[in-house]
Design a protein around this ligand. Structure first.
Ligand SMILES: NC(=O)c1ccc[n+]([C@@H]2O[C@H](COP(=O)([O-])OP(=O)(O)OC[C@H]3O[C@@H](n4cnc5c(N)ncnc54)[C@H](O)[C@@H]3O)[C@@H](O)[C@H]2O)c1
Length: 453
């Protein structure tokens, strides 16, 4: 099929490359000319495993190309995907300005009938608004054809986006018109050869499904984090409890890990948007508010624990921080827990030596002043950042942090103190190695006196 994808961000770029991989002819429209130029040279502007070889292969084969110009992208398209951002607006609702601007541009530019598919996460009713805007403009221009708008919410996860797109758990197509739904079913058929998990439903139900899915996952995380808070008081290890509850099939093992909070480009903004929708509909979103409040609190726990450990005095302390991206496998820093911790540590006068395999450039740009003054030092080497540190804090559980040489680390650190923001380490083993270990919702283990700063 001939496909146009509008927006070359995490979702648009991965979708475009994966559709090309299946033999479709894809043109990706991106409004940022610098991004277009980089992509056309085969440079991937985001970190996403497996994406670069795919991009290079399909640029070379001619199956995939990039343009800044919408008219060029849609000229021959049978299916047009909208994959632009829907960030939080000031009141927490989804800011639809990018999506609606694309709708207006499509209405002004389309010269043939096609299916327009909303892949961006949008509130219920947006597909209908997009269709109305496109078709009103087509009518004003005297065009006789009309556009059908479908919803195809995206469930890929950053860090495994290519894999998720190529082998999706499910594909949801929301479309109130049968012929267009069938075209989309055919487009997705090669991705679903091993298991038929295509779910066709109404446009509004598809739009809502995405919010409900993200809100539910965020709820699981915040629930476990609240249980972890209780565990900390009751001298219970949340890790044992996690195994205890996860073995129940009705609960399951996924998304029940206690930690220093969720971040990223989806959960925080989608929970906020759903809260706003509920308020507009006169429904009290008590659960969603609690999920959000617990997560905000969770993001502050590491700093609180550090402050307590150093008796309220962080000035002059050297804190090593492992992991900056909001989760492993991505360079995305949007709403990352690391940023809340960094802000607090820098404000308290600590020196931070932070390491991340791919996200240091984004942090350097955001904290240019602290980097220039030397208060924030960034590195891709986990060992260089622990050198001379008073404590090590694990924030993002990248694979390279899972089994480090702790004996070497103990030798490099000023004080062998470890705050494990993701509960990935064996507390007993670390205590035996001479570390003071503190996790989230776990009893502290080991001993370490606080030395003078
Ligand atoms: N990032 C994820 O993991 C993820 C997963 C599922 C769903 N989503 C949803 O998908 C949507 C896109 O998310 P993202 O993370 O890819 O966003 P992003 O910010 O990474 O990318 C959006 C891209 O669209 C471009 N753009 C904006 N307006 C444009 C226009 N008029 N014409 C051409 N390009 C335009 C921007 O320049 C940017 O490159 C959001 O609604 C998000 O909630 C994201």
């Amino acid at each position: 099929m001939r496909i146009c994808v509008i927006g070359a961000g995490y979702v648009g770029l991965v979708s475009a490359a994966c559709f090309a991989e299946m033999g479709n002819r894809v043109i990706c429209v991106e409004r940022d000319p610098l991004r277009v130029a980089r992509l056309a040279r085969g440079e991937v502007p985001i970190y996403e495993p497996g994406l670069e070889p795919m991009l290079k292969a399909h640029l070379a084969s001619g199956q995939l190309s990039f343009t800044q110009y919408l008219a060029e992208g849609i000229a021959l398209a049978e299916v047009v995907f909208i994959a632009v951002g829907t960030p939080s607006g000031e009141d927490g609702s989804a800011d639809l300005s990018h999506v609606l601007a694309v709708a207006d541009d499509l209405g002004d530019s389309l010269e043939q009938a096609c299916i327009v598919v909303d892949k961006s996460t949008v509130p219920v009713g947006t597909g209908q608004r997009v269709a109305e805007r496109i078709n009103r403009r087509l009518a004003q221009r005297g065009r006789r054809f009309r556009i059908v708008v479908a919803s195809n919410p995206e469930f890929l996860k950053e860090g495994s986006a290519v894999d998720d797109f190529m082998r999706p758990d499910r594909v949801i197509i929301g479309c109130d018109e049968a012929v267009s739904a069938e075209v989309l079913r055919q487009l997705y058929a090669p991705f679903l050869r091993n298991h038929e998990r295509l779910l066709c439903m109404g446009l509004r139900a598809a739009e809502f499904s995405k919010y409900a899915a993200n809100a539910f996952l965020a709820t699981k995380i915040s629930f476990v984090n609240e249980m972890a808070g209780l565990c900390a008081r009751l001298d219970v290890d949340i890790e044992e409890v996690r195994r205890g509850i996860g073995s129940d099939k009705r609960i399951g093992t996924h998304f029940i890990y206690a930690g220093c909070g969720y971040g990223g480009s989806c959960f925080p903004k989608d929970v906020r948007a759903l809260i706003r929708t509920a308020e507009q509909e006169g429904i009290e979103p008590g659960i969603l508010r609690a999920v959000e409040a617990r997560n905000a609190l969770q993001k502050t726990l590491l700093f609180q624990a550090l402050r307590e450990h150093f008796n309220g005095h962080l000035q002059g302390r050297v804190v090593a921080l492992w992991g900056l991206a909001f989760k492993p496998g991505t360079d995305d820093l949007r709403e990352a827990p690391s940023l809340v911790l960094l802000d607090a540590l820098l404000a308290a006068g600590a020196t931070v030596q932070a390491c991340d395999p791919v996200a240091t450039a984004g942090v350097a740009a955001r904290y240019a002043q602290a980097v220039a003054s030397g208060q924030l030092r960034l590195s891709e080497s986990p060992y260089s950042v622990v050198d001379g540190a008073d404590t090590l804090v694990l924030v993002t559980e990248w694979k390279q942090f899972r089994q480090p040489d702790f004996a070497r680390i103990r030798g490099l650190m000023r004080m062998p103190v470890l705050f494990d923001g993701r509960n990935i380490y064996d507390a007993k083993q670390l205590a035996a190695l001479g570390f003071l270990y503190r996790g989230i919702g776990r009893p502290a283990l080991g001993r370490c006196m606080v030395s003078a700063a």
